[in-house]
Design a protein around this ligand. Structure first.
Ligand SMILES: C[S@@+](CC[C@H](N)C(=O)[O-])C[C@H]1O[C@@H](n2cnc3c(N)ncnc32)[C@H](O)[C@@H]1O
Length: 252
């Protein structure tokens, strides 16, 4: 199980991630790619709620889905603190069953990459389709295969100083070119002074995607691909060194 105790440190790891700019980008996509008015948004793999709370503050009606209860409990407490009404659901997006449809769906920060087999990917896409109204946009980001293969994942260590002490995260990637995945072996150490107070090991298996396969899976499962762009950049064509991409598609 990933995103279990790792969730406690998630917001510290990504404190510099600009969720507001990403929500601006989502709204820019709404402006450019649909004439439909958007109220209800479904956030798949909403995690600790970084996008859900900001989009709710901007006046949208948000529902968030995640399969990690520990991630969701952080999201719930943020919404509560800000007095926002957001429906959070503990569900697997590969077997999604909400009694509702939405005007748009988002799945941000490589969530689709966690759906590693073709079967899981199709289950996830079908679930999104069933919960979108006709013409509804689905926006997700992920790793672009050509960049992963040309740049190659490397070992990284991140050290974060927090009020609760020092957190050290070591990531060791293993590239699997047959299955289009990178297995990332995370080791997280939480130190207070010289005392180790927590240690976590988690393996995150992340799929990277190629243009033609994304188009194929989307079209096969009831979506029209509108654009694949570099992440956060609509005006430039995706290139071999763009590791992160944004995919924009519409339910047909
Ligand atoms: C990298 S985090 C991104 C969280 C959030 N979207 C953000 O931008 O901070 C990936 C999230 O996807 C969730 N996730 C992965 N596969 C999922 C699935 N099949 N169904 C629901 N949630 C899933 C994980 O539990 C985790 O919270």
């Amino acid at each position: 199980m990933v995103f279990n105790r790792y969730s406690n440190y998630y917001d510290s790891f990504y404190a510099e991630k600009d969720y507001a700019a990403e929500c601006d980008f989502v709204e820019l996509i709404f402006d450019k790619f649909t004439d439909q008015s958007i109220k209800g948004i479904l956030d798949l793999g909403c995690g600790t709620g970084g996008h859900t709370v900001l989009l709710a503050q901007r006046g949208y009606q948000l529902s968030g889905v995640d399969l990690s209860e520990s991630m969701l409990s952080i999201a719930r407490s943020k919404a509560k603190e800000l007095s926002l009404t957001i429906d959070y659901h503990l569900q697997d997006m590969r077997q999604l069953h909400l009694e509702q449809t939405f005007d748009a769906a988002v799945s941000m920060f490589a969530v689709m990459g966690y759906q590693t087999s073709n079967y899981d990917l199709e289950q996830a896409i079908q679930g999104v389709r069933q919960h979108l109204s006709p013409g509804g946009l689905f926006i997700f980001d992920g790793w672009f295969g050509p960049a992963v293969l040309s740049e190659r994942p490397v070992e990284r260590t991140k050290i974060i100083e927090t009020d609760a002490g020092r957190i050290i995260r070591h990531a060791r990637p293993e590239l699997d070119v047959v299955n289009h995945v990178v297995k990332v072996f995370y080791n997280v150490l939480h130190l207070q002074g010289h005392t180790l107070i927590d240690e976590i090991d988690e393996v995150h298996t992340m799929r990277f995607f190629f243009y033609q396969e994304i188009e194929y899976f989307l079209e096969k499962n009831g979506f029209e691909l509108l654009k694949i762009s570099p992440f956060m950049e609509l005006d430039r064509a995706i290139a071999v060194d763009d590791w992160n991409m944004t995919v924009i598609c519409r339910r047909v």
